[in-house]
Design a protein around this ligand. Structure first.
Ligand SMILES: *[C@@H]1O[C@H](CO)[C@@H](O)[C@H](O)[C@H]1NC(C)=O
Ligand SMILES: *[C@@H]1O[C@H](CO)[C@@H](O)[C@H](O)[C@H]1NC(C)=O
Ligand SMILES: *[C@@H]1O[C@H](CO)[C@@H](O)[C@H](O)[C@H]1NC(C)=O
Ligand SMILES: *[C@@H]1O[C@H](CO)[C@@H](O)[C@H](O)[C@H]1NC(C)=O
Ligand SMILES: *[C@@H]1O[C@H](CO)[C@@H](O)[C@H](O)[C@H]1NC(C)=O
Ligand SMILES: *[C@@H]1O[C@H](CO)[C@@H](O)[C@H](O)[C@H]1NC(C)=O
Ligand SMILES: *[C@@H]1O[C@H](CO)[C@@H](O)[C@H](O)[C@H]1NC(C)=O
Ligand SMILES: *[C@@H]1O[C@H](CO)[C@@H](O)[C@H](O)[C@H]1NC(C)=O
Ligand SMILES: *[C@@H]1O[C@H](CO)[C@@H](O)[C@H](O)[C@H]1NC(C)=O
Length: 892
């Protein structure tokens, strides 16, 4: 008789629970309207919700408490659907963010929400569906945000029926519209964002949008818009406050902008604007923000700009502006951000900068400003946090007791003249985390107070000065460049977070042990080349997983390559000019990402392994020059499709030149741009960096940086190669330099070599070649270094502008005749005597300028490349400018 009790208790509890449910449900029904709840559930059922973000949306629940749902607090009608995917705060959240995106279909059940005024589906992923047409029936909508939600196709014109709509944000989707006529129905619209929609064909865009009576903000960046040249009456659109037309093809600043007197913000960056900055900005007197960066504007800064005394943000960078910065700039009393970098402004650094009390960020870098900067220039700049003015010809030597009125976080004064003493005023910068005072004429002992500053730098560039002394510790978290100074003593200790360490071209000595073995490291880039480091490379790379670029060239290193180095995924390994030895280990196969491998000028030996062709398939530069390698050249090497520079010179390599060399496709194209060469450049802090390499061309070592990707060469000289020169070599029509000299090659010179029309340097000297110089050689119009001396060539030298311009030395030791030799040919083309050998070798001197002109000619952007051709300073070429300019050229 004990069992019934629990059963009845159970029933009782069940009853209580069901009563409770009924009551709760009744309570919630006060708010959530059943038909709307069902509509929402139906809507949910057609969505894909990978992260279960809508887990609160369940049958029977109070839909007004569901996530993303906002009901009216008295009527209970659903008023808002806030279903934007929450954006990630940092990179680590990226995966979670992707997961949180809703996908799938949008069910018309939403039409049941008669009072819906806000619909936000932004940041989700409705990939490949169109914006549903029924949205045009959601009559109560005042806010519709579908931005960045992967919608595609034409924008439904019936959205124009939403006459209550105040905010319409469709930006960042893959949409298009042939006309914007539908927008004219949106009579309440205050905010319109269609950025990235293709409106190329919507030539009515100005007429329609400017007639909207309430419009405050218009965002049409990246829409393929062109200027509407027809006269426009903009009477109705006095209200417009924000206008964003950046990233279009406007070609000039639209005149109608200046009749919008209420404008506060104008974004016209990257809009292909050419010609002068118009002088009408004085009309837009409420202007607080003006962005004209990334265009082709080529005037001076018009005076009307200086009268905009409400302006807070002015960006004119990345243009071709000329002339001086007027002292009237001091009138911009509200300006907080001023960016006039990268153009061609000249004249002085105006004293009136000192009046800009509100200034927080000043960027005038990469101009032609010159003269002396004094303490007065900074007098009132108490709020300055960023002073970026590198690459001008300015001199700043304040009184040694000067205390700056500002506390900067970022100071960039590279290329200024700040020396010879180390700038004492930096002592007072308590918040400094980014400092570039490279190439600043500082010739001083590194002050200990600087190394002991309490702040931790993120970025420190002191390169190309004449700083002396030892550095025991670098308190820098991310990037250090100390190259080309006179530092001595052991390598400094660094923070484990450091990613870039560049110590090239100093006199650091001692071993690598402390740096490599005593800590784990996040280092990605390590340059210690051109120092006095000795001993062997310790086998401690197991904790250096992130290392990609390693340059230890030109030190006094001995020993073998440590095995742990091959456990990394290196992009570049440079050990050139040391005293290392040993064979190339098979573990080198574990470095498939190598783009540059330079082991030249050591004592490495053994044969060149065949697997190089398979396993190091990304190689662009392979230099094994001046070692003791022997054996044959393996045919597999021909699989290196990206290889542009092959240097096996000065070894003991024997056998024949493989016919398959014509497979080097990167050498066989005449049509390449620097950008296509993978792995040679990467980004940091908005600057591009390019890998550099030392190449031997025309008997001369030079360092190539930003244009490395354009250089192609093959040097097999001074080995023991036999057989004929394969005629297939002539397929490598992109080759600029070819050197087979000092081998045992026999037979005729293939006639086809005359087809290698880009060839600038050709050296076949000191072989056993016979026959004539092929007449096709007269096609080699860019040849400026040529040597076929000491073979067994006969006959007349073909006639061309180039071949006759070389000295006798290029031809001597043969049986050649005709100009430029003084020996005349007989009627059979046979000389009677070999001419004099008395002249100097001046004629064979390298004229790389010429080469580059040819390159530029061929590649079409010489003018851009020229100033950056050789790397003057350090191990890596900073070419932020180059990238930008090239970007512009592409646009053109
Ligand atoms: C309802 O909302 C309005 C405006 O949001 C607010 O003023 C009012 O106090 C709310 N009423 C209740 C009962 O919460
Ligand atoms: C969107 O979804 C598609 C298909 O599921 C997927 O291929 C794509 O990567 C997603 N895009 C984003 C930005 O999440
Ligand atoms: C639309 O949503 C995006 C992303 O959630 C947001 O950044 C943007 O400001 C919203 N647009 C409007 C007009 O509120
Ligand atoms: C600035 O450059 C212009 C040419 O762009 C030149 O005419 C002018 O003399 C230069 N001014 C100064 C101060 O160097
Ligand atoms: C600093 O500001 C004050 C007040 O605006 C002004 O009188 C003075 O001339 C300014 N000093 C400099 C050097 O510009
Ligand atoms: C190198 O790359 C491979 C394949 O991409 C990866 O499996 C391996 O973990 C990487 N090694 C290091 C040290 O990062
Ligand atoms: C250059 O190469 C690109 C592909 O990389 C090709 O589209 C273009 O037609 C080529 N141009 C010439 C002149 O061969
Ligand atoms: C040069 O070539 C001729 C044939 O053209 C040959 O008779 C002669 O032996 C060769 N001389 C040398 C040194 O190889
Ligand atoms: C070569 O021929 C020219 C005329 O054709 C003559 O003037 C010159 O003296 C000759 N030179 C020699 C070295 O025979």
């Amino acid at each position: 008789m004990t069992t019934p009790l629990p059963i009845s208790l159970f029933h009782f509890l069940l009853l209580i629970t069901s009563i409770c449910f009924t009551i709760c449900d009744a309570n919630s029904n006060l708010l959530c309207i059943q038909s709307e709840r069902e509509a929402l559930l139906k809507f949910k059922n057609h969505l894909i919700d990978p992260s279960n973000r809508l887990s609160s949306w369940v049958e029977g629940g109070d839909c007004c408490k569901w996530i993303g749902v906002v009901c009216h607090n008295s009527t209970g009608h659903v008023h808002q659907l806030q279903l934007a995917a929450p954006p990630p705060v940092d990179f680590a959240e990226w995966d979670a963010y992707r997961q949180s995106k809703l996908e799938g279909k949008i069910n018309p059940s939403l039409l049941e929400l008669k009072h819906l005024s806000t619909l936000d589906l932004s940041n989700n992923n409705f990939s490949s569906i169109h914006i549903p047409k029924f949205f045009g029936l959601l009559e109560s909508l005042t806010y519709l945000n579908l931005s960045q939600a992967q919608f595609q196709g034409a924008i439904p014109h019936n959205l124009g029926n939403l006459s209550k709509l105040q905010y319409l944000d469709l930006g960042g989707n893959d949409l298009k519209s042939k006309s914007l006529q539908w927008v004219s129905g949106l009579s309440s619209l205050q905010y319109l964002d269609l950025h990235y929609a293709n409106l190329h064909k919507a030539t009515d865009w100005v007429q329609v949008t400017l007639k909207l009576p309430s419009l405050l903000e218009l965002h049409l960046s990246g829409c393929g818009l062109q200027n509407d040249p027809s006269p426009i009456s903009v009477n109705s659109s006095k209200s417009l406050v924000v206008l964003d037309l950046s990233g279009n093809s406007l070609s000039s600043v639209p005149k109608w902008i200046f009749s919008l007197h209420g404008l506060v913000s104008i974004y016209l960056s990257g809009s292909s604007l050419v010609g002068p900055i118009p002088d009408y900005f004085g009309n837009t007197s409420f202007l607080e923000l003006l962005d004209l960066s990334w265009n082709y504007l080529n005037s001076s800064i018009p005076n009307s700009l200086y009268s905009l005394n409400r302006l807070q943000f002015l960006r004119l960078s990345q243009n071709q502006l000329q002339g001086t910065i007027s002292s009237a700039i001091g009138n911009l009393s509200s300006v907080t951000h001023l960016d006039v970098s990268e153009n061609q402004l000249n004249g002085t650094f105006p004293l009136s900068f000192g009046r800009l009390e509100s200034l927080e960020t000043l960027d005038c870098g990469y101009n032609l400003l010159e003269g002396v900067v004094s303490e007065t220039h900074f007098y009132n700049l108490t709020r300055l946090t960023t002073l970026a003015a590198s690459q001008n010809r300015l001199r700043f030597e304040p009184n040694s007791s000067w205390i700056p009125p500002f506390q900067c976080e970022r100071i960039e004064l590279g290329h200024w003249h700040l020396g010879p003493k180390f700038p004492q005023w930096l002592k007072f910068q308590k918040n400094l985390s980014y400092l570039d005072i490279s190439d600043a004429g500082i010739s001083d002992v590194m002050p200990t107070w600087f190394l002991n500053l309490p702040t931790r730098f993120e970025y420190l560039n002191l390169s190309s000065n004449q700083l002396r002394g030892e550095i025991s510790y670098l308190n820098v978290s991310n990037f250090v460049d100390l190259c080309s100074n006179r530092f001595i003593g052991p390598l400094p200790r660094v923070l484990p977070t450091l990613k870039f360490l560049i110590l090239s071209n100093n006199s650091f000595s001692g071993s690598l042990f402390e740096l490599l073995c005593n800590s784990s490291s996040r280092m990605e880039v390590l340059y210690i080349d051109k120092n006095l480091i000795s001993g062997d490379i310790p086998d401690c790379f197991n904790h250096w997983q992130d290392l990609e670029i390693l340059n230890l060239g030109s030190n006094n290193l001995i020993g073998k390559i440590p095995p742990s180095l091959w456990h990394l995924n290196l992009t570049m390994l440079n050990l050139r000019n040391n005293r290392m030895f040993g064979e190339l280990p098979s573990t080198l196969q574990n470095s498939p990402y190598l783009v540059i491998l330079d082991l030249s000028e050591n004592h490495f030996s053994g044969s060149i392994p065949a697997w190089i062709g398979d396993k190091l398939s990304n190689l662009v530069i392979l230099s094994l020059r001046s070692n003791n390698f022997d054996g044959h050249i393996p045919h597999k090497i021909c699989d290196l499709q990206f290889l542009q520079n092959l240097d096996l010179a000065r070894n003991n390599i024997s056998g024949v030149i493989p016919k398959c060399f014509n497979n080097f496709s990167a050498m066989a194209t005449t049509n390449k741009t620097n950008k296509e060469v993978h792995g040679l450049s990467w980004n940091l802090y908005g600057d591009s960096f390019s890998l550099s390499a030392i190449l031997v061309l025309k008997g001369r070592e030079d360092k190539y940086g930003s244009i490395l990707g354009l250089v192609t060469s093959m040097d097999l000289s001074t080995n023991s190669l036999i057989g004929e020169i394969p005629k297939e070599i002539a397929s490598l029509v992109g080759l600029l330099s070819l050197n087979f000299s000092g081998n045992l090659l026999t037979g005729n010179i293939p006639d086809s070599i005359g087809n290698m029309e880009l060839m600038e340097s050709l050296d076949l000297s000191m072989n056993r070649l016979i026959g004539e110089i092929p007449p096709s050689f007269s096609n080699l119009n860019f040849l400026n270094h040529f040597n076929v001396s000491y073979n067994n060539l006969t006959g007349q030298i073909p006639t061309s502008t180039q071949l006759q311009s070389f000295e006798n030395l290029s031809y001597m030791g043969n049986h050649l005749c005709g100009p430029p030799l003084t020996m005349n040919c007989t009627s059979k083309g046979i000389p009677t005597y070999i001419a004099n050998n008395g002249s100097s070798s001046e004629g064979s001197k390298v004229n790389w300028l010429y080469v580059s002109i040819v390159l530029g000619f061929v590649m079409g952007f010489w003018a851009v490349v020229a100033p950056l051709f050789f790397i003057r300073s350090c191990s890596i070429a900073y070419y932020r400018k180059l990238d930008h300019i090239c970007g512009k050229l592409y646009v053109f």
